[in-house]
Design a protein around this ligand. Structure first.
Ligand code: ZN
Ligand code: FE
Length: 223
């Protein structure tokens, strides 16, 4: 008598390329796959547009603070790694990046990290007479951005936890690990820079800029 193989067949017929068992098993466990996929797109849009792009500008304006520049650069490159890590998951779930970059940037789930003194990116900052954005102003923007990212990836973890979608959960929780570190870094720097108060983050330095120890999937996705 043939041995029983309960997983040999299922709802998706053999050879059918229009359906995904990887999605079917999530639906069977109660995941609203379309809702999750759209939230993932909003979340990776925030990584790419709200932080990676704007952190590039913020880093430039930390001129004179090599230590802050380096930490801003780590956060910047790690947010790019987060975009890279999660983007393939959108396609596995049957979705796509928007075909227009403006549309993608507009649906970011977090506010853009505009350089202070630019009226939300309307113009260059005034730089005369020692004016221009201070390091403390910039660190406040960086801190608030990290906090939005923590809330975002925590929600994705909630939607996928408990065995409902182990793959998205694993990717999102790796990202969340780094976002929590980013918040701690900017609390430490802002607290000392603005208030003169020591609030250690526990951080020393990444091995290389943008090391992304949790989210970098070296051989697979990330440059
Ligand atoms: Zn990130
Ligand atoms: Fe971050």
């Amino acid at each position: 008598m043939a041995r029983e193989m309960p997983h040999a067949t299922g709802k998706v017929p053999p050879g059918d390329v229009t359906q995904r068992v990887g999605i079917e098993v999530m639906e069977a466990r109660g995941v609203n796959v379309e809702e999750l996929r759209e939230k993932l797109i909003d979340a990776i849009a925030a990584e790419f547009a709200s932080t990676y792009y704007y952190y590039t500008i913020l880093r430039m304006y930390l001129a004179g603070h090599e230590d802050y520049k380096e930490i801003c650069e780590d956060a910047r490159l790690e947010d790019r790694a987060h975009f890279e890590l999660m983007t393939p998951r959108v396609y596995e779930l049957g979705g796509s990046l928007p075909y227009n970059l403006h549309e993608f940037a507009d649906r970011a789930g977090c506010p853009h990290a505009y350089l202070p003194g630019t009226d939300n990116g309307q113009h260059a900052p005034e730089m005369g007479d020692g004016k221009g954005p201070s390091a403390a102003d910039i660190l406040e923007v960086l801190l608030d951005s990290e906090r939005c990212a923590i809330r975002t990836w925590s929600e994705i973890c909630d939607l996928t936890a408990g065995g409902k979608d182990p793959r998205t959960y694993d990717l999102a929780s790796r990202i969340l690990n780094e976002e929590i570190e980013h918040e701690a870094w900017f609390i430490e720097l802002l607290s000392m820079e603005r208030d003169g108060v020591v609030r250690p983050s526990g951080h020393f330095r990444r091995g290389e800029p943008g090391e992304a120890p949790y989210s970098k999937n070296r051989p697979l996705y990330n440059p």
